[in-house]
Write a protein that binds this ligand. Structure first.
Ligand SMILES: [Mn+2]
Length: 202
C-alpha cells in the first residue's frame, strides 16, 4: 500500500567538476515546472516533460556551457532519472507499462516504456539537421539514455516520420511524458502490489 499513502516525491543534488544540479520531483503533481539549465531549447523540452507527465519538476543546473551543452544535458538526465527512481520507491501499485504514438504537425513519434527497474534505451530517431538553433540534436539521445539508465526504465523511442528537428525532439519529450504519466499512475486494481510475478521491480 506504500505507493498510495506515501508521497511520491524526491530530491537529488549532484555536483561534479562539470555541473551542479538540483532536482525535485513530485510524481503525483500537476505538471508544475520550474526549470533553469542555462540552455533555452533544453528548458523548453524539460517543460514539456513535466507538463505532459503531470510530474512537478524543479530543475536547476549550472554547467560548463563554455565548453558545450553536453555535460549539462547528460547530468540533468542523470539527476532527473535518480529523482524519479527515488520517488517511485518500490513501484508498488503502478500501471508499469504504457505507450503512445504522439503526433505534432508533420511528425509522429512513439514512446513505449516499462518501469521495469531494468535500464534500457532503444533509440530509433534520426534528425534531419545537426542543430536546433544552437542545440546539438545528438544530445536528445544522450538525455534519454542518462534518464533511462538512472530511472531504471526500459524506454523505446521511435520516430515514425517527421521533417522538422524541433518537432522531432519535442515529440520525443512529449511522448515520453505522456507514457510516463500513465505508467507511473497508481492502478487501484493492483491494490498496492508490485506489478511483477517476481514480486519486485527496481
Ligand atoms: Mn516547441
Amino acid at each position: 500500500m506504500a505507493a498510495e499513502t506515501e508521497a511520491r516525491r524526491a530530491e537529488v543534488a549532484r555536483k561534479t567538476r562539470e555541473t551542479a544540479i538540483s532536482v525535485t520531483v513530485n510524481v503525483d503533481g500537476t505538471g508544475d515546472a520550474r526549470i533553469s539549465t542555462g540552455i533555452g531549447f533544453f528548458d523548453h523540452m524539460l517543460d514539456q516533460l513535466s507538463r505532459h507527465s503531470l510530474i512537478d519538476m524543479t530543475i536547476e543546473a549550472k554547467g560548463d556551457l563554455h565548453i558545450d551543452d553536453h555535460h549539462t544535458v547528460e547530468d540533468v538526465g542523470i539527476a532527473i532519472g535518480q529523482a524519479l527512481a527515488k520517488a517511485l520507491g518500490d513501484r508498488a501499485g503502478v500501471n508499469r507499462y504504457a505507450s503512445i504514438d504522439l503526433a505534432m504537425d508533420e511528425t509522429m513519434t512513439k514512446a513505449a516504456l516499462d518501469l521495469s527497474g531494468r535500464p534500457y534505451l532503444v533509440w530509433n530517431v534520426a534528425f534531419p539537421s545537426e542543430k536546433i538553433g544552437t542545440f546539438d540534436t545528438e544530445l536528445v539521445r544522450e538525455f534519454f539514455h542518462a534518464f533511462a539508465q538512472n530511472a531504471g526504465i526500459t524506454l523505446h523511442i521511435l520516430n515514425h516520420y517527421g521533417a522538422n528537428s524541433h518537432h522531432i525532439a519535442e515529440t520525443c519529450f512529449k511522448a515520453v511524458a505522456r507514457a510516463l504519466r500513465v505508467a507511473a499512475e497508481i492502478d487501484p486494481r493492483q491494490e498496492g502490489r508490485v506489478p511483477s510475478t517476481k514480486g519486485m521491480l527496481a
